[in-house]
Design a protein around this ligand. Structure first.
Ligand code: ATP
Length: 430
């Protein structure tokens, strides 16, 4: 089994990620997050939100709706330019993206009988209200950014921010991708964590550099191995319709170096387009410069699901320990879904009751899980696979001196800690 298949099966076994509507055979490229998956996802989002808004005085948050006025997508250029070339193979009837058949051959069966590429718009369309007519068409947003641009003036006044400042948002986005795949890497429904930073024209190059450095550092804090990350600058040919300059933070996945986050200099493209289409003033008066201008925008755009996949891929290890194979997810304790597993050594002598008491006390500080079935080795292995950083064993000594052993997932070192000291001890290490 290749590494991605192994990961998909671990995710199902441990309750991270399931195929959507699985009992009906699944829905292509749609996935559901299980009990551990939703914790991991929330931890990633919380960590991003905290770093990008709460720990800064120059970025504020919003939560805009998924459905927006259709004129937004005309102004943004999405109706016209948010397309991928679509190609059909006349032999095997497979459909794929034009770039996958760059050599003129079907990537599936190798046939040369493929059609000319035609442009396919990636936005999902639906109708608002009961009548399915042209005037009722709305789109599921393909990115969260537009909700920020159209709210620029709404946020500016009440937040009392001055340039440079940013607006951040986490939310769902939808793209009718021609070739989704690689588990949750490319799906048709996903979540984004985007931040748009408004700056004075002329300072954009400097701010692009600052945000590149900030965002790279964020992934290191998330626990990813720095050697697996790199920055790729877009060539003129790769630049999106709105971008003046663009970089991708890439990660080395088992299927190659791929984009994890885009960092773009969008200049005044978005606010100018919305100003001219809506007829509303989206300029900014700069007191210090005594001038009015349309701000430039530096965007950082990351995918929640793609970041989560990267954390799983980066953390996955198969190790030999004393002749036994162990699978472990070395997730950073900060994002691990459960922080500690609590194991009464035997199911008698009052040990399960002590374990339940410890869990009750710890739950106010962090998510923990009590497991009292199977050998202690099996219980460790289950928590290793779930990425739980600490294992707490309650044994006969616990009853005598009120201590437990705390096992570190990565070093497998054990130490004895007083029950009363557990919250402080664990919190320090998380
Ligand atoms: P790609 O080249 O992979 O299609 P993109 O350049 O279209 O990505 P952006 O529009 O810059 O991507 O989107 C920003 C981020 O949103 C990406 O870096 C990625 O993390 C996430 N993202 C984009 N499309 C998808 C998708 N179909 N599934 C999951 N995440 C996605």
């Amino acid at each position: 089994m290749d590494m991605m298949d192994t990961l998909v099966s671990l995710c199902k076994r441990r309750g991270f990620i399931f195929q959507s509507s699985e009992i009906y055979g699944g829905l292509n490229s749609c996935w559901d997050y299980g009990p551990l998956g939703v914790e991991l996802k929330n931890n990633i989002k919380r960590f991003w939100w905290r770093s990008m808004t709460q720990l800064r005085d120059d970025v504020v948050g919003i939560d805009a709706s998924i459905l927006m006025h259709p004129s937004v997508w005309a102004a943004s250029g999405h109706l016209e330019a948010f397309t991928d070339p679509l190609v059909d193979c006349k032999s095997c009837k497979q459909r794929f993206r034009g770039d996958e058949a760059a050599d003129g051959k079907c990537p599936r069966c190798g046939s040369l009988r493929i059609t000319e590429a035609r442009q396919f718009n990636l936005m999902f369309k639906t109708y608002m209200g009961p009548v399915e007519e042209e005037g009722a068409i709305v789109y599921l947003r393909p990115e969260t950014a537009q909700g920020i641009y159209v709210n620029f003036q709404n946020v500016l006044a009440p937040s009392r921010q001055k340039l440079p400042f940013g607006i951040a948002q986490i939310g769902k986005a939808f793209r009718n991708e021609i070739s989704p795949g690689n588990f949750i890497f490319r799906t048709r429904e996903f979540e984004q964590m985007e931040m748009q930073f408004f700056v004075k024209p002329g300072t954009d190059v400097e701010w692009l550099e600052k945000w590149k450095a900030e965002r790279l550092a964020w992934y290191a804090e998330l626990g990813l191995r720095p050697g697996k990350l790199r920055m790729h600058r877009h060539s003129q040919k790769e630049l999106a319709h709105y971008a003046r300059d663009a970089y991708d933070i890439e990660y080395e996945f088992p299927f190659g170096w791929k984009e994890l986050e885009g960092i773009h200099n969008r200049a005044d493209y978005d606010l100018s387009r919305h100003q001219s289409r809506s007829g509303k003033d989206l300029s900014y008066f700069d007191d210090a410069a005594g001038a009015r201008y349309i701000p430039y925008i530096i965007e950082t755009s990351a995918g929640v699901d793609r970041t989560l996949l990267t954390c799983l891929v980066d953390a996955y290890r198969e190790e030999e320990v004393r002749g036994e194979r162990r699978v472990v997810l070395r997730l950073h304790p900060r994002i691990a879904p459960m922080k500690a597993g609590i194991f009464p050594l035997v199911r008698r002598d009052g040990l399960p009751e002590i374990a339940a008491d410890i869990a009750r006390g710890l739950r106010r500080h962090m998510p923990v899980f009590v497991d009292d079935s199977g050998s202690i080795g099996r219980r460790y292995r289950r928590q290793d696979e779930a990425g739980t950083p600490f294992g707490i064993t309650v044994d006969s000594q616990t009853q005598q001196d009120g201590t437990v052993t705390v096992r570190d997932r990565d070093t497998m070192q054990q130490e004895r800690v007083k029950i009363d000291d557990l919250p402080g001890h664990l919190r320090k290490r998380i």
